[in-house]
Ligand binder design. Sequence first.
Ligand code: PRP
Length: 221
Amino acid sequence: MQDEIITLALAKGRLAEQTFDLLEHMGIDCSQPRNPGRQLVLWDEKNRIRFILVKPSDVPTYVDHGVADLGVVGKDTLMEAGRPLYEVLDLTFGKCRLCVAGYAGGGNASVTRATFRVCTKYPNIARSYWGAQGRTIEIIELHGSVELGPVIGLSDVILDIVESGSTLRANGLTVLEEVCDVSARLVCNRVSMKTKRDRIRSLIDGLDEQVRRMNQAMMEA
Ligand code: PRP
């Protein structure tokens, strides 16, 4: 049904901006969410699309509870949230790597402790990554500037995203292990996928086509 409302949860910032670029090529009006002011619920009324702009880590929460039908979020945030959502499309932008980083050769001599310590914004991923290796670790959860961990002697390594690598370099750290590639993903609520199937399918297909066009244009540039 064309008059069903579709609610889209977007992580504020660059991922949202790049999603608007794709949606606008599909004829969706993103003028309200592009300039939201203090408003948190924005509309393209003609196309019956409602946008909510939220913190990245809250996108899976809104979609899982079904108050948003679709969401755009980084694969890192999605893995950390561990919620039962359908991951329906790799949007291919927002590319970076989730890595273990620290001093090359294991080194901060000032760190002498019994347990292997990891500073990270991703405690759940860290637990499962080292758990799969049968390794016991102590996780220290931080919410930013994670690189400080080894530098200041709080941890042996970090588990964090690396994009250009410049934060690591600036702090004398290096990638020790690559955990996985990260990019923006389109996720869908499981119930919405059934109850609003046609509208959701056409949005997924439209975005898929735009992602292909975007990548084709980048290759030709
Ligand atoms: C992210 C990440 C790294 C940095 C990686 O932090 O946690 O610190 O970007 O990017 P780079 O490889 O291009 O240097 P963010 O900028 O989101 O800030 P935060 O440390 O406050 O989380």
